[in-house]
Design a binder for this molecule. Sequence first.
Ligand code: JFZ
Length: 437
Amino acid sequence: TGLLHAQPKQLFKETPNEKAKRMEWWTDARFGMFIHWGLYAQAARHEWVKQRERITTENYQKYFDHFNPDEFDPKKWAKEAKAAGMKYAVLTTKHHEGFCLFDSKYTDYKATNTQAKRDLVKEFVDAFRAEGIKIGFYYSLIDWHHPDFTIDRTHPQRLGGDASEADYAPLNKGKDMSKYRQYMQNQIKELLTNYGKIDIMWLDFSYPGKNGKGHEDWGSVELLKLIRKLQPGIIVDNRLDLNNYSDGYDFETPEQVKPSELLKYKGKYWETCQTFSGSWGYYRDENTWKTHRQLLDLLITSAANGGNLILNVGPTARGEFDYRANNALDSIGYWMHANNKSIYNCTYPPDTYKLPEALDIKQTYNPETKKLYLHLFTYPSNYGKLVLPGYADKISYAQFLHDASEILYKTENGDVILELPKQKPPYEIPVIELFLK
Ligand code: JFZ
């Protein structure tokens, strides 16, 4: 340590081509489900409730004692995810509160010791795998329950913002982070050994600096080596604070950003994680739910910039997706059923396919089938004519994606003039499929 510049820049022997192969299913998938579920679903006012309200571990115990997910049926979750068009799912096996949904040998703070009386991770894995959905584990690096996890600025018992590191020292007397590192290694070993093939590991998160934690606190290099050893094909997120290595992570995780901010990730492996309503855990009274259109925008804009969308559901304490989540998923499913070819296996088109901003069209492109997809965020009102400047020598056929109905067109001065029906098709954002020459 101390000689950062002397460290190797690469931890593993993998070429960019080999990485592309390993990432292929994930890149093609484009759309996944995040599931944030834990004791905090009972508080129903944010998954950070313990920290936000400075609840002691003693007072948080009521959620462990009352945890009774009598409607938990991950087969239903898996069907919902599949119907929405999601190809992978990432479950919080342990969130910051420290409660484990799986039957870990290394703690009593786990689902098997609650009224649930069973390994909820196991049932999740079995149900989603049965639907052909890839499996991801979220595992929190932060742990507000483990006695050796030192109090820092993210902790329920944190000090005021101006506290120095010396101020924290007396609070952490006797706490031994090396024991916590061992605990994480043990649990990750369990998660990546006892549940078959795991496709994604989503570790969360680092906040280096004053009264924070980073790769040295987590033992990130060791952790990542262990993960890759146990599951060689696995895909790992970027929150271990290993950005100094070219292969310290597989993909970037822009969180809760607006569609317009996704442009800058072009050319990288990335996945934007997004919520329906703002919080990740079930939040009963939150009334900031995204609209159908906003959700489609995130999905389309992700694919149009070469990235993935992982959309979060926070199941209730009874173990169900609530009606608002179900409605949102259903409406995405309705759109995806008809239009998913413009999402799966798609990315941004070559630079020569540019359209004027004013058209309000987002394009995706399937490099294998050489099809171009035009997402009509605004439906043309000028007598149904849509002019694509400079596209005349590029295309050979045009149709709507949802019903393969032909769209007649003329070419004029190098432009394509499509004749769209005056009646907008019954999709919030209709898609035109262009066959390229
Ligand atoms: C983290 C968690 O704290 C949160 O509860 C949720 O699980 C989410 C997916 O991840 O939140 C973060 C982590 C990193 C940043 C912001 C929020 N960040 O890097 O800006």
